[in-house]
Write a protein that binds this ligand. Structure first.
Ligand code: FAD
Ligand code: 2HG
Ligand code: ZN
Length: 495
């Protein structure tokens, strides 16, 4: 069975409720109308019983995956078609009712949940594949299709999705596109800005923008779809996506190596790129603190000893198993003989590969079980990537239960996480804005892949100029003049 068959349904602990976001962050409610009985009747006339108002049913949609944000929405709408969304939006725009588009609710920056009483529009029932051109490798589907379901559907046709991430069992393609999700194989297949060929979106006014092209080349004017990719539900609701689907590799190999310094980790990446060339499909790293947490909370263990500072996962994907395996073995030999790695192993069967991948993919889940997490997702030059973790460890000392660094080394993307026992302003103040200043000073980005959402919106200026933010606002005003689409997110709240 190929490696990409791994399925993770992201689990959430439902024991305690987080504080209300609006109170916790002291946010002022925008000048929006409140949902009344007439609105509910209108929604019911469009959706029938797919309107949720029972507080117990609405509650899970109000809380984010990390269980740090909590909104106060009273209504969840569950449309099945673009036309239904169009009717809903036309009504909400007329009444100035704010809405939050929600996919799988696995976002990590508080973008997918309301801050006040915004209406939640869940795309979960919009889960149909609309077409597949097997010759060209182009899939068209509704935005609520779960990433893993799409990948399973494609695997039966020897194709695959061009992106993969730990939340694949829950996240939806519309959410992936709206966050421009990166994930585990961006190194090989590139970003969604390249893989998405077209999309359909409903604007705040209810107008449907059909830009659902299925051709690879289309230079007829502005590429409007790019505006929606990564716009986090602030410009429109993505209702369908047309996406490239690469041929599924026949042969997948996974190696795990361990290093004692981050310089060695960088050398693994450089050597891997040089020796593995076109078959290299992922290079991921994590530090020993990450490994301790997956052992502690998920009882996972790696085939190498746990006394090393860093672990690097190298994956190859190609068409000739013996050729690929030989290349990977030669690469490991070179890394050993040049003392770049302390030890290394190649997984020889699916179960072993899956176990190594699980240790990497489930780090976020293990961290979530440890305590209240302060999560950062930065792009940095490789040379200084881990320096940030060392500096933060020194800075936070015993104020944090643990400090971890891991991520997509091949993409220059560090996931820095600090865990506290409870919500702590002292800990937060030690991290922010220091981490953003440090990243900006090194010409990095304060969000490599998770987006700005609610949590990072006010820090956008560390990565974008005033002029760029002002142009973003003008786009927002043009497409959503009443500001009803996902308010308090992406654009800074303080003018
Ligand atoms: P949601 O969380 O529901 O929404 C995310 C944002 O998109 C919100 O602002 C929401 O309003 C908006 N949105 C959702 N659907 C639509 C729509 N149809 N139209 C308009 N706006 C919409 N991210 C990465 O980039 N790389 C990773 O490797 C990665 N790994 C993860 C691992 C785990 C365990 C978890 C929990 C998360 C991970 N993430 C990762 C973050 C997250 O999964 C991705 O951002 C994912 O793409 C979100 O998809 P979703 O359907 O859950 O969207
Ligand atoms: C990953 O790469 C995700 O696993 C989550 O992007 C990152 O937990 C995080 O900080
Ligand atoms: Zn990531």
């Amino acid at each position: 069975m190929p490696l990409l068959m791994i399925r993770h349904t992201v689990r959430r602990s439902l024991s305690t409720l987080p504080p209300l976001t609006a109170q916790h962050y002291d946010i002022k409610r925008g000048d929006y109308s409140k949902v009344n009985d007439v609105d509910i009747e209108l929604f019911q006339s469009v959706l029938g019983d797919r309107v949720l108002t029972d507080p117990a049913l609405v509650e899970p949609y109000n809380v984010d995956w990390m269980r740090i944000m909590r909104g106060q929405s009273k209504v969840v709408l569950r449309p099945k078609t673009t036309q239904e969304i169009s009717k809903i939006m036309r009504h909400c725009n007329g009444r100035k009712l704010a809405v939050v588009p929600q996919g799988g609710n696995t976002g990590l920056v508080g973008g997918s949940v309301p801050v006040f009483d915004e209406i939640i529009i869940s795309t979960s029932l919009m889960n149909n594949v609309l077409s597949l051109d097997e010759t060209a490798g182009v899939l068209v589907c509704q935005s609520g299709c779960v990433l893993k379901d799409l990948d399973n559907y494609l695997s039966e046709r020897n194709l695959m999705m061009p992106l993969d991430l730990g939340a694949k069992g829950s996240c939806q393609i519309g959410g992936n596109v709206s966050t421009n999700a990166g994930g585990l194989r961006l190194l090989r297949y590139g970003s969604l800005h390249g893989n998405v060929l077209g999309l359909e979106a409903v604007l705040a006014s209810g107008e449907v923008i059909n830009s659902l092209s299925t051709v690879r080349k289309d230079n007829t004017g502005y590429d409007i779809k790019q505006l929606f990719i990564g716009s986090e539900g602030t410009l429109g609701i993505v209702t369908a996506v047309s996406i490239l689907t690469p041929v599924r590799p026949k042969s997948v190999n996974v190696a795990l190596v361990c290093c004692d310094t981050f310089e060695q980790v960088q050398s693994v990446f450089v050597t891997g790129r040089k020796l593995l060339g076109e078959i290299l499909s992922a290079v991921e790293f994590f530090d020993s603190s990450c490994y301790q947490l997956v052992k502690k909370h998920l009882s996972l263990s790696l085939p190498l000893s746990s006394h090393h500072q860093f672990y690097v996962l190298i994956e190859t994907a190609g068409s000739n198993h013996s050729h690929d395996e030989e290349k990977l073995s030669l690469c490991l030999e070179e890394l050993m003989s040049s003392n770049v790695i302390i030890n290394g192993t190649i997984a020889t069967d699916y179960t072993k590969m899956k176990n190594i991948w699980n240790c990497r993919e489930l780090i976020a889940e293990a961290i979530n079980k440890e305590g209240v997490t302060y999560k950062y997702d930065v792009s940095l030059p490789l040379k200084c990537m881990y320096e940030l973790v060392d500096i933060m460890r020194e800075r936070l000392k015993d104020k944090a239960l643990c400090v971890l660094g891991y991520g997509h080394i091949g993409d220059g993307n560090l996931h820095f996480n600090a865990v506290g026992g409870s919500h702590s302003k002292e800990l937060l103040d030690l991290i922010e804005p220091f981490i953003f200043e440090w990243t900006a000073d090194r010409k990095g980005s304060i969000s490599a892949e998770h987006g700005l959402g609610f949590k990072k919106a006010n820090f956008i200026n560390y990565s974008k100029t005033d002029e760029t933010v002002s142009l973003m606002r003008r786009f927002k005003d043009l497409l959503d003049p009443k500001g009803i689409l996902n308010p308090y997110k992406t654009l800074p709240r303080i003018h």
